[in-house]
Design a protein around this ligand. Structure first.
Ligand SMILES: Cc1cc2nc3c(=O)[nH]c(=O)nc-3n(C[C@H](O)[C@H](O)[C@H](O)COP(=O)(O)O)c2cc1C
Length: 257
């Protein structure tokens, strides 16, 4: 019988060689430095293929257990876009945007993507047993919280007890843990998206100044989803960047211990 936790500890007897392409740190620096939160955009359109490509880059972000608990809504319908801008309090970053993408975390989507992972393994054939065991056994234990969160409470008690003796994953044991879990991965995809647009020479602004209930209604989202952020896209107007970038001294945040 395979230990489903083995995937975390054992190096699989499996080789997959993937070459790393040569890139330039200078170019990456330009992409990162060029990304500013832009609040006023020009009338210049963003080509459809650029948005498509950038959204695909979003999907390449690292994500917890590769369960891809996210969705990205590129709101193109004029009526929906108008309502979305209103839900974003009509802020200039939304109002003047050429395109708006809404990133949504789906804490319950793992139930579907877990099955897709297992199907993928089955089709591939040569996947280590520990990987299958992980998605078959460990994922449901880890990410289910049960009716009224009762399984989560039971897990919390068990984890606390075992945790006295050895390291053990402490979360998720509640619905709010599940939201954090899904939001983390979705936010990483958002950064891929913003840097992606920056690489193409387009600007973005991440926004959480919105009425999430209204956005969920506009997008027809189920109750158990979390709007992570809206990202507006376009070309910066000369008034688009409100000021020089401000960051506190790095020593305040980067700790080498
Ligand atoms: C999660 C998140 C939510 C944000 N919400 C808004 C917003 O609603 N409106 C806005 O103008 N800027 C918003 N911003 C942009 C920040 O104000 C901005 O990133 C910060 O001031 C740093 O500036 P920079 O992005 O140009 O480096 C948000 C940023 C993040 C990451």
């Amino acid at each position: 019988m395979n230990d489903p936790a083995e995937i975390l500890t054992k190096i699989p007897d499996y080789e997959h060689h993937e070459k790393m392409n040569q890139t330039s740190p200078e170019e990456f620096d330009h992409i990162v430095q060029n990304r500013r939160s832009v609040r006023v955009y020009t009338d210049e359109k963003v080509p459809e293929e650029v948005v498509q490509k950038v959204l695909e880059w979003g999907l390449l972000a690292p994500n917890s257990s590769n369960l891809q608990c996210w969705e990205f809504y590129w709101v193109r319908n004029p009526e929906k876009k108008k309502s979305l801008v209103e839900a974003l309090f009509n802020q200039p970053a939304a109002r003047t945007a050429q395109e708006i993408i809404v990133a949504v975390a789906h804490p319950e989507q793992w139930k579907k993507t877990r099955v897709q992972m297992l199907k993928h393994f089955e089709d591939q054939g040569n996947v280590p047993k520990s990987a299958r065991a992980y998605y078959e056994k460990l994922v449901p234990i880890a990410y289910s919280q049960g009716f009224l969160g009762i399984w989560g409470v039971i897990k919390k008690i068990g984890i606390t007890a075992i945790g006295f003796f050895k390291p053990i994953p402490r979360e998720p044991t509640s619905w709010s843990d599940m939201k954090i879990w899904a939001v983390k991965s979705t936010a990483l995809a958002c950064e891929n998206i913003m840097l992606g647009f920056s690489a193409y020479g387009y600007d973005t602004c991440p926004m959480e100044g919105y009425d999430s209930n209204r956005i969920k209604k506009i997008l027809g989202l189920p109750r158990k989803t979390q709007v992570v952020m809206a990202i507006s896209v376009g070309k910066r107007d000369k008034k688009g960047v409100y000021g020089p970038r401000i960051r506190m001294p790095k020593e305040q945040f980067i700790r080498v211990i």
